[in-house]
Structure formats: structure tokens, C-alpha cells
Design a protein. Sequence first.
Lengths: 105, 633, 182
Amino acid sequence: MNEIPPIQGYVIISALLFAIGLTAVLVRRNAIAVLMGIELMLNAANLNFVAFWRYHGAERMEGQVFAVIVITLAVAEAAVALAIILSVYRRFRTVNVDQINLMKG
Amino acid sequence: MPQGYEFFLIPGLPLLAFLVISAFATRKQDEELAPAFIIIALTGSLVLSFRALMMVAAQGELERTVPWLSVGTLSLDLGVLVDYLSAGMMVVVCVVSLLVQIYSIGYMRGENGYGRYFAYMSLFSGSMLGLVISNNLAQTYIFWELVGICSYLLIGFWYRRPAAAAAAKKAFVVTRFGDLGFLAGILVLSALPNASFGFADLAHRVETQRLAVGTATLVSLLIFCGAMGKSAQFPLHIWLPDAMEGPTPVSALIHAATMVAAGVYLVARTYFLFAVAPTALFVVASIGTLTLFLAATMGVAENDIKRVMAYSTVSQLGYMMMALGVGGYTAGVFHLTTHAFFKALLFLTAGSVIHTLHSNNMWEMGGLRKRMPITAITCLVGALALAGMPPLAGFWSKDEILTAAWHSKLAGHQVFFLAALVSAFITAFYVFRLWFLTFGGEPRTAQARQAHESPWVMGGPLVILGALAAVAGVLKKSVPGTGQGLGELLSREGAPEPFSWLVMGLSVAAATGGIALAWAAYSRGLVSPAAFNRRFPGVYALLKNAWYFNHAWELFATRVVIAGSALAAWFDRHVVDGMVNGVAWLCGRVGQRLRALQTGQMQFYVAVLVLGVIASLLVLVTRETPKLTGWWR
Amino acid sequence: MIASLWQAAVEAFLSGSFLYPLAFVAFALGTLVPAVLVVVSKNIVHAALWLLVSLASVAGLYLLLGAELLAAIQILVYCGGIVVLFLFAIMLTPGVGDPEVRVHNRQLFWGFIAATLLAAVALHLLSSEPWRVVSTANLTDVTGRLAEALLGPYVLAFEVASVILLVAMIGAIVIVRAEPRE
């Protein structure tokens, strides 16, 4: 079928999703919630890539390739980040980002 | 060498002698040679100076320049200007210096530092000649400073004596005040468009009206500051009496005949500036008058033979300045010449006495005319010249000055004339007081009874100078080698002053009166100075303490100058340091505020980052696609 | 632009070709709404689960765009892997705790402003220019062509990504290992 929405549709979703993910990063106290925000942002980027892949004729596969690689990296990053969070929890006894602070003043 | 450049040797020979003496003749075993070098050099300079004089008479002025430094249009060169003024002055300097050097051979015999003495003397002679022959103001200043240094070195020749060292310092510092003004004047000139230091250039400017009257007044007043310092005019005269700590030949050469005359010479050289600035002329005349009167009164109460002479020099310099001020250019320069001869003579005779008696105090002398006849007679000639008795040289020059003051068009010239006349009376009085106390009456101490005449090496110059002091009056009518009178040669201001029998009569009367009073007081005992001092203790104290000028200067130095320094120190501490500290304080405060940005909260940093991204985004996009910015215009 | 979307929707509905737009709207809402809930949930487990829903909807969007393999990868990896990982971590930490404790930090207001500003700027920029796009696409054998691309010109990226995964795994283990007690 050829009645697909204009690309703006997908791009707007991507932008909004990115903003929401950014909000999560900036506003939530739990470190894991911050990570969730990051995942949302990565997904927004991916959505953008795939949308443009499709709307440029789906001839060249770079869009999808990029998206695949991004997903891979997101996984690696999430794993390491969670490992760090656990390690930090062990030291500070909390996962609240604003309480993890060695500064004195 | 090309014609004219040989005159560079006139200062060059003595300077060369300085180098040679310093290098080879300062050790004890070589010292005897030292005077030979300078005498040879000065003889050469004398011959060249005469040649210069005759050349000017035959061919007119000559100027030669060796370029040295130049910045833009302003250049600092070494040059010689040979005209009647400089050639005449050079002859005088060479003659007096030569005679003093010969005299010094006898006077300084056996002294420590014999070689050093002649080295300094040759440096001085060379510097003075360089000053005289200079063709531009900057070169004049260079040599001006050089003679100042030589004066310091020679006053403090016996540097182990604290009084001598202090006197040398005082001379240098006080003349420094004047030199500051001089330098300021030079700098003002250098700031003019198409600036130049050359005298010919500047004179031309003044003539063609390219120099404003205000500027000329300012510059001439500043230059006069320098003259005030070097020529010991009020209020910068305090150094000259103290400068008598130096050896007597030094006093004779530097502080009577030549260096102190440099101030007068400077004013004469730059007279074209003064001529268009009546204010400056008035200042010069006033200060000259003040000086000549005050110094004469101070000379009356001195007991040290050299100090009497010192005040006399100050007073006579005042006469010269006053003459220049009232427009008597010729009179001032003429008196410069005659004064050089008879004042040097007087100093050398005093030196002769001191040399044999080892004392400067006139009250320890007396009756020396029998034991030192040559000294006594030459001193008498000098005293008569100073007092202004005809037919000696001093009479002619002093008379010219008085005539100039009488006929001058300057405001207040009558006051100047009156002061000069009264001071002539005082001058005659103090100089004959000196003669009667020293040579008249009977010896007052054992020393005096055993006094002996000086050797011929000292006596010879005395006689020659005595002759010059006697006959130099003839210069007024005819300068040897030129066939014209001094007045015509020097006169730039038009016709020489008219002759006045009245003035001549008054001046002779004043001189005679002074001599008579001195004779009555100190020879015949008809008038008692002691009684006078008892009746007018205030007057006596005033004169004895030199009108308290030294005290005033000391007060100024300790109160005013130190107060000024305290103010400057406060300013430095609070304002200058304050600004620097303020910057540091500001940094600290700003840092304190900015530190709050380092919260350590990661999410804060991310937020700031995001804001930065937004800003960059907006900037980039609006630059690339101006259409997009429409909605917020 | 919103007007043209609405127009298209109405046309599609009237012409029967409304499935695609319907699916699009559904998946779009399914992405954005749970995302907002992730931000505001007090309970962190709930937040993780809403994340799951959002990611799954994104997979749906991929399907609509014709990237089938990618959609599958999305579900397997993101939903099945990462969210599970998050849940594990949540269980190991006291994130599930006192419901009285605030969920957001002190910069709620400014963070919100920043994000909104970014969204506004981005939206404005993105909707102002017409995009040079084509609406016809070559959707034959997408998976095959993707595989060819990954193992062809982009094999380096592919391999490096694998290495990164290995390194991340080792790194995570090392970081989390308890300090050896002496």
C-alpha cells in the first residue's frame, strides 16, 4: 500500500521520544531509571535511522546496519553501566544519583 | 682634515689628555708627568682658539657637524659653532685653565692623588670647552652634565674629609634641581614639529615666527632653571660657598671663572629665545638682582677668605644675569670675561696665602703685605678690579652693566639699577675688608709672622692674571686680532648703549665709598665692626647665617619633600597596590560564586550540556538557513 | 502539516485503507505514553515494565517501516535482554523502597524546561523544510540484503561490535566482582 504517512510523522515521534528520554535522564533519582532514559534516547535515534532508510527508497542498507550496530552497543553499554551501578551501590549503599557524591562543599 | 673640523680638537685635546693621564700617570712614580700632558693639551687648545677667533674675524661664523643619532626628523649630533661668542669664551677658558694648571703644579705638590687631580682637571677643561663650542642644545646638555660631574669629583677631591664629601654631594644635588628644568626645556623643544636642537635652527625659527611666544617663554624659563643651578643664582646658590672645600685652584677655575659661567653662557647662547619673551627676561633680571644683592651682603660677614670669594662670585654672577635680563647682552658677556680673570686671580692669591699659612681664617692673618709682596700686589689689583675702580677691567664691565640697567626698557629697571649700585658699594667694602684683614695691619698669629712668598710656579700665573685683570678693559674698544670692539662684535640687539657720565660717576663713587669704609673699619680702626654687631645683633645674625637660606632648604627637604614622599607612599600602598589586590580579591569572589556551578551532581552537568547543545543548534541553524528564524523576529 | 496528517487519516478511513494509519497511531502512542510513564512512575519496577511496552511498540514501528529483522532483533534483545537485565539490577538494589521518597531530584523544573526546549527546537526545525524523500521503496528481501550488507561492506563494524560485546561482558564481570577479602 502506498498511503504511508509522511516522514515527519516518524521524525516527530523520534524527537518526542528523545525529549522524554532526556527528561528521564535529567530528573529521576534512581540510577537505573536514568539508564532507562538513555535507552529511550537510543531508541529514538534508531527510529530516525530506520525511518530515513525507508523514506530514501530502502535501496541502500546503511540505515538498518547502523541501527543494528547501535542496538549492539546499547546492550554492551547497559551491561557495563549496571555493573557500575551495582559496584557503586556497594560503596555508597544507595542508588540515588544525587546522593553519590564525594565533594565536600 | 677638511677645513673647520680641526676645531673639534679644542675640547678634544684636553679630553685626550684626561685619558692619557688616567691610563699612565696616576701611580705615584708617574705622577710628575701628569701636568705636562694637560699643559701641552691646553696650549694646543689655546692656539686653536686664537686661530678660531681670527678666523671668525676674517671669514665670519663657521659651523661643522658630525651626525650621530637621529630619530625621525630629530637628530642628536656633535658639532662645533665658531662665532665671536664661542671663540672669545674659549680663549678665556683656555687662558685661565692653563694658568691654573701651572699654578697647581706648585699648590698641589706632595698631595696624595696628584695625578688624579690633573686627570680630573683635564676632563673638566675638555668638557667646558666642549660645552662652549657646542652647536646644539643637546650636546650642550651632555657637556653640562660632564662639567657637573667634574665639579663633584674636584670639590670632593679630598674625599676622606666628611665636609668635602658632603659639599660635593650638596653641589651635585642642588645643581640637579636646575638641570631638571634644563632637561625639561630641551624635551619641550624636541616635542615641537620638525624639532631640532641646533642653535642656528632654533634662532631661524624664532626669527621667522614659527615659534610661539608662549613656547619661547616656557623654554627660556626652563633653560634658565639650569642656569640658576650652575651659576648659583638665588635660591640655588647654597652649594657654592660649601664648594670651597675643594682645593683652591679648583675653586679658582671652576667656581669662579668657568663652570659657574656656563649658566650665563647658556643664557647668552639661547638669547634669541629670551629676546622674544619679555616675561623670561624680567624673571632673569629679577633673580639676578636678588642674587647680586643678597650675596654681597652675605660676603660681608664671612671670616673664611675663600667663602668671601664664593659669595662674591655668586654676587657677580647675579650681575651678569641681571645684565642679560635688562637687555645688556654685551655687558653681561663682557663682565663674564673680565670676572673670569680677576676672580681667578683673587682665588689664586687666596690660595697662595692658604698654602703658606695652612689656614683660611682671615682673623689669623694680617700684615702679609710685607712678607708676600707679589701676592699682596696682585691681590690688590684683583680687589680694585672687583670693586670696579678705573682703569681696571672690572670698572669697564661693571659700568656697562649699570648703564644697561639705567637705559633699559624693561619694567622695574630702576630698581635693578639701584640694587646694583648699592651692591657695588657693598662689594667694594667686603673685598677691601678682605684685603685689609689679610695683608694690612700687623700679623695676628705666629703662623702669619712666618709666612713666606710662594714659588714662581705659583707666582707667575698670579702676575699674568693680574696684568690681564688690569688691561682687559681694552676689550671694550678693541679685541685683539679683530680690530673691532667687543660691543660691535657681539651686538645683536642693534646700537650699543649710549655712554653716560652720570652712571660712570655714580659707580666710581660707590666703589670709592666702599673702599673708604673698609679702610676706616679694618685698617685705621675708626669704625668698629664689633660695636656695630652689638648694636644690630639681628642684622649680624642674618648676614652671618647667610639669610638662613641653608636652614630654609633643610626645612624644605625634611618637611615638604618627606611629606610629599609620605603622600606618594600612601598612594602606592593604597591605590596602586589596592588595584592589584583588588583584582585578586575580585578573582576570589568570582571564583567563590562560580564554584557553586561545580555541584558534583551529574544530572546538573547533563542539563547544562543540553542547554549548550540547544544554543549551538540554534546558532548553526540560523546561520545556515536564515528563513527558519522568521518566527522569533 | 498536522492538517495534512489529519486529512490523510480521514481519507484512509473513508477509503478503507485505514489499517496502516491506525497501526501507526497505535504504535506511536504505545511508544510515547509508556515513555512518559517511565519518567513519572514512583515504582521502579513499574517503570521497567513500561519501558518494555515502549520498546515493543518501537518494534512495531519498525515493522510498519518494513524492517522485519530489525523488529525481531529489537524484541529479542531490547525487550528480552535489556529489560530483564534492568529487572535483575532492580532486585539487587533497594530501588523498590519507601514510596514516600521522592522520585525526582531537585532539578525537576529545569530538566523539564531543557527537554521541552530541545523538543520545541527540534520539532520546529524538522517540520519547516520539506524533506527530499521518496514514497516508493524497494522492500524485496530486506533481510537478505541486510545480511549481505552486514557481512559484506560493513563486516568490520560487525566484527568490532562483537568484540565490544565480549569486552563489555568481561568488564562487567570484573567490575562487579566482590573485593577479595585478605
